[in-house]
Design a protein around this ligand. Sequence first.
Ligand code: CP
Length: 309
Amino acid sequence: MLRSRHLLGLDGMQPGEITLLLDTARTFREILERPIKRVPTLQGKTVVNLFFEPSTRTRISFELAEKRMSADIVNFSASTSSVKKGESLIDTVKNIEAMKINMVVVRHSSPGAAHLLSKVIDANIINAGDGGHEHPTQALLDMMTIREKFGKLDGLTVALVGDISHSRVALSNIYGLTTMGARVLVCGPSTLIPRHIERLGVEVYHNIDDIIPRVDVMNILRLQLERQESGLFPSLREYHNYFGITPERLEKAEKPIMIMHPGPMNRGLEISSHVADSEHSVILEQVTNGIALRMAVLYLLSGGQSEIQ
Ligand code: CP
């Protein structure tokens, strides 16, 4: 059982809870292979997808997960709502809740937005990314994809590469992977790695060529140009030269490295097209697993008692 009615982050989640989510997602992954990809599990439940920030993967993935489970869905977009007229987040969500909904999936630019909502409304809240804080379903689908390939998480060495400071994907991966016994390395320019991050149980590197011979998995993070202050690195070309993942760099590995990226990718910047499209890339498998993982989250948060058919 999950201890919380909400999924706000992976900070503090127990290994047994993560294992339950990943095992349940594996069951739902099988449903996605069927000719009729629909189960009645969330029939009668209404889910609101509340996106205050742009999203392609997470938004479509949640919507498909909800449809595959027969939920009623409402999609909310900040740009066409009364938020434009100055309505607060809490007022918006309280009004939506008054329409008798059951679950809210929320993406917001402010760290803590999902936590705040969980305090003021009764619906289950799922954090689909809150500013530079957490993106728990992305980290869970990343762990699902790694476990699918290696059969385990404990004992593996996983590198998170690039813009760690601005990355909610990085923070949720750090919480999740360290909880599950993986060794986590973070690598990037010192201006893009938070000070004292070692306290979260990770090792810090600034030279990508030092880590390539040691890792099983490399999760390459998007350079978040929209969240950057100026001057964090000299130029995009310089960043690519020092930290871009290219076939030439990966040749130094003794064994193939599993290549991941949460998307959206800046091709030719943090990752070359050759690497993104190579046989060792699981980037599109991450996307497919995302639907099953989000089905598992919805199922377990909604009570998760009924048999998965
Ligand atoms: N990985 C991820 O969160 O992608 P989107 O921003 O497209 O949802």
